[in-house]
Design a protein around this ligand. Structure first.
Ligand code: ARG
Ligand code: ASP
Length: 731
C-alpha cells in the first residue's frame, strides 16, 4: 500500500512537473474554461463560483489591490480582508512608507512597531486606497467593433480609444465605481475591470522592522527566509458602507466577504492558490528581446547599482546616522539590482535564449507550411531582430540615463526648482508664494536624508559611467568642460559643479528661497546642476525618446502578431495573458526545491532559524529580546505546528510577480494560510520564463503573523476579530 502510494505520488509529481502545471496567472472569468478542472485534480475543493461570483459574495470580495489614489488602476501591492470589520492584511514593505510617515524620533514606529489598541488609535493615510474587483468582462468584440486591419494606425488607435472610453463610461454609469479596459495577450483581447475604491485606509499595526524587515536586503529575494513581512490596516466607509474621503465620521467597512484563517498548517504537496494583482510579466518575448535584456540592459543596471550600493553601504558602515538616512535608498536600489542579477543567472541556467530560438524555429516551420501564414508571419522574426538591433544604442543610452543622471538626488531636487522659471512679471504673487512654500517642504525632506560626502561620491561615479560608457551624441553639452577645462578629470569636474551650485548646500538654498523674486530666475538658470540636468533631459527628449517611442509602437504591433501566431501554433497549450496589474489567480502546491548541485532546501523555516541568525552587531539580524524570551519559553500558544515548533515562512510553486506582495495564499478550502511577499533568487526569471523546478513564491506563515500580533505585540483584540479554524491537535 505504502509503496503504491509513493509510486502514485512520484508519478503525479513527475506528471505535474512536466505539464508546468503551476505556471500561469489566470483571469477569474476564464477559470471555468481553462483551469478549474486541473485545479480540482490538484486538490482544490471549491468551485469557480466560490472564487468569483458577481451575484454572491465570493473569495474575490476579500482580496484588494493597494493603489495610490492618483493612479487607481496600478496596484502597487495586494492585500486581504480578514475580519467583518474591514481589517486588512498586507506586507510590511507594502505599508512601509505609511509606517514611516507616521514615525518621528519620539514615536519611531519603524524601529519599535506600532499597534492601535483601539479603533481611535488607528492612523489615517492620505493618498492611498484599496480597490475591490466588482466584475470583469471580455469586451474584445466591443473594443474592436468598426475596426479593420487595413485602417491607418493613427485612425485605428483613435477608434479603439473611443470605443474603450465608451465601454468604461457605460460600465459605471450611475454608480460610484471605477472602470478600466486593458489590453491582454499583447492587444489581441480586451477585458474590462470594474472596481470599488475605498479611500480611508488606516494603519492598525506593524511589527518592528527587526521582525517585519528581518534579514533586510541581505535576505531579500532569498530562501531560506525569516522575514515577518506583514502590516495591518483597516478599511473605513461612510455610514452607508460606501467609499468616502478620510473623515472622523467614517466607520469600519463591513466587507461582503472576509477570509477564514487556517491554523492547521501545510504539508509539502498541498494545494495552494494566490490571488491578487501581479504587475508585469513578459512570457512571450522573442529570443532577440531576451538577448537584449540579459546582455545589454540588465548588465548596465547591475554595473551602475553595484557601484552605487558599494558607495552607500561603505559610508553607512562608518556612521549610524548615515545608516538611517540611506537605508530606504539602499533598499530601493538593491531590490531591483538583486532581482536582475537573479533574473540573468536564472535565464542563463535555463538556456532561455536557446529555448526561445528552438521554439522560433518550430514556429517558422509551421508558418512556412501554409501560404496565408507565410504572408502574415513570414518575416516577423527578422523584423524583431532588426528592430532590437537598431534600437540598442538608444536603449543603452536610456538605461544609463535613468540609472545615473536621472537617479541622482540633486538633479531631482534641482528639477523641482526649475518650475520657478515658469513665473514671470505677470505671475500672481500668491501662486509664487505657494510654490516657494512647497519647495521649502521638498528641501527639508531632501536634507533630512542627505549626506553630502556620500552623495558627491555617487555623483562622481554616476557621471563617470555616463561619460565613459555612452557616446557623445547623448552627452549634455556641459560635459565639454570635462575635456576642455578639466583634462578628462571627472572628480575635478564634479568639484567644480558642487562648489558652484547652490543645491548641495542647505543654507544657500534657504537663502535663495527666503529672498526669492523672479529676477533670481536668471541666476537659477546659471546653476551648473540646473544646466547639467536640463541639458541631459533635453538631450534625452530630442535624441533618445523619439526613437524609443516609435520602437515601442512597432514592437507592440509585432508582439500582437507574434502572440496571436504563437497561440495558433500551440493550439493545445492553454496560454495565460501576461500580468498587467489586473486581478489574477495562480495555483500550485507547497513545494521545496534544489537550488544547485548537492543542495536541497526545506519548504519551511521556523523561529529557530531566526535565533540562529541572531547577531546584535548586524543591523539586519538583531533579534528583539522579547522574541527571544518567547522562543526560550516556547510561548507559542495555539500558533505552533503540531510538533510545537513555530513556523515562519514557506515556499510554494505559485507563479507570482511584483504586485503580488501582500496577496493571500489560500489552501484547498479557500482559507488563509499565509501572505505572499517574495520569490526565491533562483526563480526570479519567472517574469520572462517560468521553470517549475526552480520558481517558488515565498509566503509568511499566517501562524507566525498571529503569534506576533498576540504574543509579541499583545494585540490579541485583533486576533479576536478573526475567524480561526483549527482542527489539528498539538502533540
Ligand atoms: N523582493 C520583494 C519585492 O520585490 C520585497 C522587497 C522589500 N524590499 C527590500 N529592499 N527588502 O518587492
Ligand atoms: N516582492 C514583490 C512585491 O513587492 C513580489 C515578487 O516580486 O515576487 O510585489
Amino acid at each position: 500500500m505504502q509503496i503504491l502510494k509513493i509510486f502514485i505520488i512520484s508519478f503525479l509529481t513527475f506528471y505535474i512537473g512536466n505539464l508546468n502545471a503551476s505556471e500561469g496567472m489566470w483571469l477569474p472569468i476564464l477559470l471555468e474554461k481553462y483551469t478549474i478542472e486541473e485545479m480540482q485534480q490538484q486538490g482544490f475543493k471549491l468551485s469557480v463560483e466560490d472564487i468569483y461570483d458577481i451575484n454572491n459574495a465570493s473569495l474575490k470580495d476579500a482580496v484588494v489591490g493597494l493603489v495610490r489614489l492618483n493612479n487607481p488602476f496600478h496596484h502597487f501591492c495586494s492585500g486581504e480582508v480578514i475580519s467583518n470589520q474591514g481589517l486588512l492584511l498586507t506586507n510590511h514593505h507594502c505599508g512601509y512608507s505609511q509606517i514611516q510617515s507616521h514615525s518621528s524620533l519620539e514615536n519611531d514606529y519603524l524601529t519599535n512597531g506600532f499597534w492601535a489598541m483601539s479603533k481611535e488609535e488607528e492612523l489615517t493615510n492620505e493618498g492611498i486606497g484599496v480597490c475591490f474587483l466588482k466584475r470583469m468582462e471580455d469586451v474584445t468584440s466591443k473594443v474592436l467593433a468598426n475596426i479593420n486591419d487595413a485602417m491607418q494606425d493613427v485612425y485605428y488607435d483613435s477608434i479603439i480609444e473611443a470605443n474603450i472610453k465608451a465601454i468604461e463610461q457605460d460600465a459605471v454609469e450611475g454608480t460610484h465605481y471605477l472602470a478600466k479596459v486593458k489590453p491582454f495577450f499583447a492587444g489581441n483581447e480586451y477585458y474590462l475591470s470594474v472596481y470599488e475604491v475605498f479611500r480611508d485606509i488606516r494603519l492598525v499595526g506593524a511589527p518592528p522592522s527587526a521582525i517585519g524587515k528581518f534579514g533586510g536586503d541581505t535576505d531579500n529575494w532569498m530562501w531560506p527566509r525569516h522575514t515577518g513581512d506583514f502590516s495591518m490596516f483597516r478599511i473605513y466607509a461612510d455610514s452607508n458602507n460606501n467609499p468616502a474621503d478620510i473623515s472622523e465620521a467614517n466607520v469600519p467597512y463591513k466587507p461582503l466577504k472576509h477570509l477564514n484563517i487556517s491554523l492547521n498548517g501545510v504539508e509539502k504537496g498541498d494545494f495552494t492558490m494566490v490571488m491578487g494583482y501581479p504587475g508585469t510579466t513578459q512570457e512571450n518575448l522573442p529570443a532577440a528581446a531576451v538577448k537584449r535584456l540579459t546582455e545589454t540592459i540588465n548588465p548596465i543596471r547591475i554595473k551602475v547599482r553595484t557601484k552605487g550600493l558599494d558607495i552607500m553601504k561603505a559610508d553607512m558602515n562608518t556612521d549610524p546616522e548615515i545608516r538611517i538616512k540611506y537605508s530606504a535608498k539602499v533598499a530601493g536600489m538593491s531590490n531591483g539590482w538583486k532581482k536582475w542579477i537573479g533574473e540573468n543567472r536564472g535565464l542563463k541556467k535555463l538556456d532561455a535564449i536557446d529555448k526561445k530560438l528552438a521554439l522560433e524555429k518550430e514556429f517558422m516551420q509551421w508558418v512556412n507550411n501554409d501560404n496565408n501564414r507565410k504572408e502574415e508571419y513570414g518575416t516577423i522574426l527578422e523584423q524583431y531582430e532588426n528592430l532590437y538591433h537598431s534600437i540598442t544604442p538608444y536603449q543603452k543610452a536610456a538605461t544609463y540615463f535613468y540609472e545615473t543622471i536621472y537617479s541622482l538626488e540633486l538633479n531631482d531636487l534641482a528639477s523641482s526648482f526649475y518650475t520657478l522659471t515658469e513665473f514671470d512679471k505677470t505671475s500672481n504673487s500668491e501662486a509664487i508664494e505657494k510654490r516657494i512654500k512647497a519647495l521649502k517642504n521638498t528641501v527639508e525632506k531632501h536634507f533630512k536624508n542627505y549626506n553630502l560626502t556620500t552623495d558627491k561620491k555617487l555623483f562622481t561615479a554616476f557621471i563617470e559611467f555616463y561619460y565613459n560608457d555612452i557616446s557623445n551624441p547623448f552627452h549634455p553639452e556641459i560635459f565639454e568642460l570635462i575635456n576642455s577645462k578639466f583634462k578628462g578629470n571627472i572628480e575635478k569636474f564634479v568639484d567644480y559643479i558642487f562648489s558652484k551650485s547652490m543645491f548641495p548646500d542647505h543654507d544657500k538654498i534657504n537663502a535663495f528661497l527666503n529672498r526669492y523674486s523672479i529676477s533670481k530666475n536668471k541666476s537659477l538658470l546659471k546653476d551648473p546642476i540646473i544646466i547639467l540636468y536640463s541639458q541631459a533631459i533635453n538631450n534625452y527628449r530630442t535624441n533618445t525618446y523619439p526613437a524609443l517611442a516609435s520602437f515601442k509602437d512597432e514592437v507592440a504591433n509585432l508582439h500582437k502578431k507574434y502572440t496571436k501566431g504563437l497561440r495558433e501554433f500551440q493550439k493545445d497549450k492553454t496560454h495565460f495573458p501576461d500580468a498587467n496589474s489586473t486581478f489574477r489567480i495562480a495555483y500550485g502546491q507547497i513545494d521545496d526545491y534544489k537550488p544547485r548541485d548537492a543542495v536541497a532546501y526545506f519548504h519551511f523555516t521556523t523561529l529557530e532559524g531566526i535565533i540562529e541568525k541572531d547577531n546584535p552587531d548586524i543591523y539586519d539580524y538583531d533579534v528583539p529580546d522579547k522574541l527571544k524570551e518567547l522562543y526560550n519559553a516556547s510561548n507559542f500558544g495555539k500558533y505552533s505546528n503540531t510538533d510545537g515548533i513555530m513556523p515562519v515562512c514557506f515556499t510554494a510553486s505559485n507563479h507570482t510577480t511584483g504586485g503580488n506582495s501582500g496577496s493571500p495564499i489560500l489552501n484547498a478550502y479557500g482559507q488563509l494560510i499565509g501572505i505572499n511577499f517574495d520569490r526565491n533568487w533562483e526563480g526570479t526569471m519567472s517574469d520572462i520564463m517560468y521553470d517549475p523546478n526552480m520558481c517558488r513564491n515565498i509566503s509568511l506563515d499566517i501562524r507566525y503573523v498571529l503569534f506576533i500580533v498576540d504574543k509579541f505585540a499583545g494585540a490579541k483584540h485583533l486576533v479576536d476579530e478573526m475567524n480561526l479554524i483549527q482542527t489539528t491537535k498539538h502533540k
